[in-house]
Design a binder for this molecule. Structure first.
Ligand code: AMP
Length: 220
């Protein structure tokens, strides 16, 4: 399952992505975390992007696209991934579409976590106190939300056009939001299982099931 999470800062993308990753056993690919790791490790990219993150601005598309290209080429994404924080611009979205097409894959679903702006600000200011992130100060938060509206929000229409967008009301407790995501994913995987399997594969699965039932019966 190749999952993309969209939504403003503070909508709970990171939290939900981590839960999806744990529940479905697919890696959480979070570009914000990757950049913070590069900064902490003092790599060339880290040194370059440090002031950009501190201002709440966006890292250039070329850097982000090559970061994601490298990350998605690793083996651990073979069964799928949860993308969080990328794409953030139309150029990144188009690059992602092309990249996935090249490797014969596509996004399974795009979740849009919806949350009123006042709630985003309230949550981010609270997170600033709890985690002490340098980019959670009121001015930087305002800048990040402004960029979200200008650069990232248009992607919602881009993905709506693909028929893969699922809206989620994120102004609720974490477990309730996750339950809704899970319900959507479970439906999707049932559909994909049926669509992707040939008659022979379905028969093979059914006979494997019969063997299990017979064994369990024998074992009493
Ligand atoms: P996040 O943790 O997702 O809020 O990301 C933290 C910061 O990393 C953002 O405010 C940007 O400065 C930078 N960043 C993360 N992902 C991207 C991206 N896809 N494009 C540009 N900048 C990004």
């Amino acid at each position: 399952m190749n999952i993309l999470l969209l939504g403003p800062q503070g909508s709970g993308k990171g939290t939900q992505a981590k839960r999806i990753s744990a529940e479905y056993g697919i890696p959480h690919v979070a570009t914000g975390d990757m950049l913070r790791e590069a900064i902490a490790a003092g790599t060339e990219l880290g040194r370059r992007v440090k002031p950009i993150l501190a201002r709440g601005d966006l890292v250039p598309d070329e850097d982000m696209i090559s970061l994601i290209r490298e990350r998605l080429s690793r083996d651990d994404t073979a069964e799928g991934f949860v993308l969080d924080g990328f794409p953030r611009t139309m150029a990144q979205a188009e690059a992602l579409d092309a990249m996935l097409r090249e490797i014969g894959r596509e996004l399974t679903v795009v979740f849009e976590l919806q949350l009123p702006e006042e709630v985003c600000i309230e949550r981010l200011v609270r997170r600033a106190r709890l985690e002490g992130r340098v980019d959670d100060t009121p001015e930087v938060v305002r800048r990040r939300l402004e960029l979200y509206h200008r650069e990232t929000e248009p992607l919602i229409e881009h993905y709506r056009a693909t028929g893969k967008l699922v809206g989620i009301h994120a102004d609720r407790p974490i477990p309730e939001v996750f339950a809704e995501i899970q319900e959507a994913l479970d439906h999707l995987s049932e559909d994909t299982m049926i669509i992707r399997k040939s008659a022979a594969e379905i028969e093979a699965m059914a006979s494997a099931g019969r063997v299990v039932v017979e064994t369990l019966t024998l074992l009493g």
